[in-house]
Design a protein around this ligand. Structure first.
Ligand code: PA5
Length: 464
């Protein structure tokens, strides 16, 4: 396991008064241990089915690999229709593990179907997709745990209508449903129409579902070794059996973030120094925000907790956000994701000998430049007393990505337990969903519709 967490730069002994003292860390350990205990006790129960994902999917993996091989033979394009936890994981893993211009490669090089995820209902995006694919050689993976999400079901209806118009009865062969086995509309439709179906276990919520069929089928279709991803998660889980922060990196991060939040660090910046990990920051933002941003705790007390996740990319955002991180308010924790070995590299050639302020780069590689820029950013932030820590891995591969995702899921679960909140619900999201239903006149939402209708109209004096 090459994943390491280095949290020196979170500590007061390194960054000064903004940091965490050994005493503060030691004081929080009993709470961290009890959170660990709570998470361990909940393993596999209720909404903690995701903790079984690394272990209980032998049969599912076999089915998915067979399905993926069939899709690779029969189709040119694989399109995921889903949103939130049903889309961000597939996007993150695809970008992490496939060629960065995968879809542009010829089929002979890429070997597997082109890959798209439509995670919005912007009509321009939907129509743009239809401009570049032919539905006749495309398979659509409709992913929705609830089987009811308006965005995903709208996409499904549009796609199905097109498929039926072009293919008649054969339309059903172009849909794969990934959904709950026990509830929702998609499972009913899947049975009625005889779609190929994969099940999302009841105890696996959207944002914790990347290592379930939600993420495993899309990954397998583009040739990603899903067994290795699960193996990485399994090995991270082994480390997480310990309640000692020196053994369990997820618990260490959880304890540090919890203390940081109590010290007013309300913003968590996730800053990978690798383009391949750019969308891991996106996936993490959902996990962290939707799980920890809560109004009430488990005792019903109003707490309004959470830490706002911000996505950033090294080195690109050194030229935009890093100014703020160095000189703005002391309200952030910066997490660097560091890759020790890039999968390819390129030497910066000679050619500017008479310009010493350019030629100093010549002969070095882009990987060296990337790494040194990370070191430099970390150095300046540390010197200015800004909390930061680094999660590093030897290389970006299936095993390490599985381990990294699982580490982040665990870390989120531990912090949720430390905050004494329900990590797995999302009442704030439900509110918006219900208001949308009401605006469309859906039956059962009349009261909300009336509330919206009778809301005070906007005052023109505040409109410029
Ligand atoms: O994490 C979650 O539960 C949410 O973000 C869901 O994934 C999202 O709302 C989509 O839900 P569903 O998979 O039911 O369509």
């Amino acid at each position: 396991m090459s994943i390491k967490v280095n949290y020196n730069n979170m500590m007061a002994s390194v960054i000064g008064q903004q940091g965490i003292t050994d005493d503060e860390l030691n004081k929080i350990l009993p709470l961290a241990k009890s959170a660990h205990n709570k998470v361990e006790q909940g393993r596999g129960n209720a909404m903690q089915g995701w903790m079984d994902s690394p272990y209980n999917q032998t049969e599912v993996v076999r089915t998915i690999e067979k399905m993926a091989a069939d899709i690779q033979k029969r189709f040119e394009n694989f399109v995921v229709l889903g949103i939130g936890g049903s889309a961000l994981g597939p996007i993150a893993v695809f970008y992490a593990l496939k060629h960065l211009y995968y879809n542009e490669l010829p089929r002979s090089v890429r070997k597997t179907p082109r890959f798209y995820v439509v995670d919005n209902v912007d009509p321009e995006r939907m129509n743009a997709l239809f401009d570049i694919i032919d539905v006749k050689n495309t398979v659509f993976n409709v992913i929705t745990k609830s089987g009811a999400t308006s965005e995903t079901m709208s996409q499904y209806l549009i796609v199905m209508d097109m498929l039926k118009a072009k293919l008649g009865d054969k339309a059903r062969e172009h849909i794969i449903a990934t959904t709950s086995e026990s509830k929702g509309n998609l499972i009913k439709l899947a049975k009625e129409q005889n779609f190929a179906t994969l099940y999302i276990p009841d105890g696996v919520g959207g944002r914790f579902s990347e290592l379930s069929p939600v993420g495993l089928l899309p990954a397998a279709v583009v040739g990603i070794d899903i067994k290795q991803m699960l193996k990485g998660a399994q090995d991270m889980d082994e480390r997480a059996k310990s309640s000692d922060i020196a053994q369990n990196p997820a618990l260490a991060v959880a304890a540090l973030q919890y203390i940081a939040m109590n010290k007013g660090k309300n913003i968590g910046v996730m800053m990978p120094y690798a383009d391949s990990l750019k969308y891991i920051a996106d996936w993490y933002a959902q996990l962290w925000a939707e799980s920890l941003g809560k109004e009430v705790d488990l005792d019903g007390k109003t707490v309004n907790v959470g830490q706002t996740p911000v996505k950033s990319l090294g080195v690109t955002d050194q030229h935009s956000q890093v100014q703020l991180y160095n000189e703005g308010p002391y309200d952030k924790v910066i997490t660097f994701l560091e890759v020790n070995n890039f999968r390819t590299d390129r030497t910066i050639p000679n050619g500017c000998e008479s310009f010493p302020d350019v030629s100093f780069l010549c002969g070095h590689t882009l990987a060296e430049l990337m790494t040194n820029e990370l070191k430099a950013t970390r150095y300046t932030l540390t010197k200015r007393g800004r909390m930061n820590y680094t999660i590093s891995m030897d290389k970006v591969d299936e095993y390490n990505i599985g381990a990294l995702l699982y580490l982040m899921q665990l870390q989120t679960a531990y912090v949720g337990a430390m905050l004494n909140i329900n990590t797995y619900n999302q009442p704030g999201v439900e509110g918006g969903k219900n208001a949308t239903y009401a605006l469309f006149g859906r039956k059962g939402y009349e009261k909300t519709a009336e509330e919206i209708r009778s809301a005070k109209p906007d005052d023109v004096k505040y409109i410029v």
